[in-house]
Design a protein around this ligand. Structure first.
Ligand SMILES: *Cc1c(COP(=O)(O)O)cnc(C)c1O
Length: 374
């Protein structure tokens, strides 16, 4: 059965869309849960609009698949999810400024705590609201992005009224086995020192996508997969047959036959060496397609690779239709597919654009409508 829905309207308002296969997301979640076992809670990371897949759109699938929490990076992302899912546990991985503590409390969002001053602000907000705010302590084990490594400061945070210290966690820099192990030891040492003083933590976590596959011994009792949920594989030692869930599709808006010597696009940066049939596609860099794909990128039309010609515009680009004489206006063009049938996979896209897979999908942020299929 194919169910399609768009954000905002029943009618598909654009020819450029991001298609997300929810069954693949469910299957990836199942594989992760099976691999980690029942004692490990899975907190899928759906920041950056669910790595471009649409956070609100994929959340029900993750909830049905047994997500313990939904994690995002920022308060704005958490609030969008809170509107759609009034009761589900939500987690903010990043820092939220003290001035916004009331909003965190009102919306019952579990907040990462990186310092005593941040915890004090949240404690005051919770007391004012007559409630208890859940927090996870962020231990800086070497990454030096967020968190502290100070037993006394953690201890003081844990004494504050109005806070439930539900978890403690850190994040790996993924440098090499030794450095990663050192980080893990620093986390577990800090946990042991705090537990020796009578504290206890329901959730302890350090593993993201790569480390949950490559380092089974670091899963503790919670893991935080992002990329893996979307079938983007980054692991080296272990293996999990997760599947890419996204395809980025467009349709030909117009076809032009141009003469040898004529130029295409800004600055005529591509000039036809011979008479050429070209197609215009309604997507550009503001749809998250890397502008530096010029001279490297292609789309796939009727199974044929059609190179991008000239500069990629903000909302459009032009491709060479020489090898697909049957192409018509309105025909489908696959921008990113699963790599089969001559389509460009996310892996190939990141290599061509000189970035990583997460950036390729995350930058397809807002504009193209998401279409969900099962
Ligand atoms: C983004 C993020 C994750 C997920 O990372 P992946 O590499 O995509 O699995 C996990 N933990 C934290 C703290 C993050 O910021």
């Amino acid at each position: 059965m194919q169910t399609e829905q768009t954000t905002g309207s029943e009618l598909l308002l654009r020819d450029t869309i991001v298609k997300v296969n929810l069954s693949d997301i469910a299957e990836n979640m199942r594989l992760i849960r099976e691999m980690c076992g029942e004692d490990v809670a899975v907190m899928p990371v759906i920041k950056a609009n669910g790595y471009g897949h649409g956070a609100v759109g994929i959340a029900p699938t993750l909830i049905e698949s047994g997500a313990a929490y939904l994690a995002v990076a920022t308060l704005t992302e958490a609030l969008e999810l809170r509107q759609a899912y009034p009761d589900y546990p939500l987690f903010i991985l990043g820092h939220t400024p003290a001035r916004l503590s009331d909003i965190v409390v009102e919306n019952r969002i579990t907040q990462t705590i990186v310092s005593l001053s941040q915890a004090q602000a949240l404690s005051e907000a919770a007391q004012k609201a007559g409630t208890v705010a859940k927090i996870h302590l962020k231990v800086d084990t070497g990454f030096h992005r967020l968190g502290i490594y100070d037993e006394e400061e953690f201890w003081q945070i844990c004494q504050l009224p109005g806070l439930e210290v539900e978890g403690i966690f850190s994040h790996l820099a993924l440098v090499n086995d030794e450095e990663d192990e050192l980080q893990y030891r620093r986390l577990t040492d800090m946990i042991a020192r705090l537990e020796a003083r009578g504290l206890s933590f329901r959730y302890k976590h350090i593993a993201d996508s790569i480390s949950l596959v490559d380092y089974p011994q670091y899963r503790l009792n919670m893991v935080r997969p992002g990329a893996l949920i979307y079938g983007l594989r980054g692991f080296h030692k272990g293996y999990l047959p997760v599947r890419q869930c996204i395809s980025f599709e467009s349709r030909i808006s117009q076809i032009h036959d141009i003469r040898a010597g004529e130029g295409v696009g800004y600055d005529y940066l591509w000039r036809a060496p011979k008479d050429t049939r070209i197609g215009t596609l309604p997507f550009g860099y503001s749809d998250g397609y890397p502008r530096n794909m010029r001279d490297k990128g292609y789309v796939t039309i009727h199974g044929v690779k059609c190179p991008i010609l000239g500069v990629i515009c903000m909302d459009q680009c032009m491709v060479d239709l020489t090898d697909v004489p049957q192409a018509q206006e309105g025909d489908l063009a696959i921008v990113y597919g699963n790599g089969e049938n001559n389509t460009m996979s996310i892996q190939e896209a990141c290599e061509l654009a000189g970035t990583n897979k997460n950036e390729i999908v995350a930058r397809i942020l807002a504009r193209p409508p998401r279409v969900y299929v099962k």
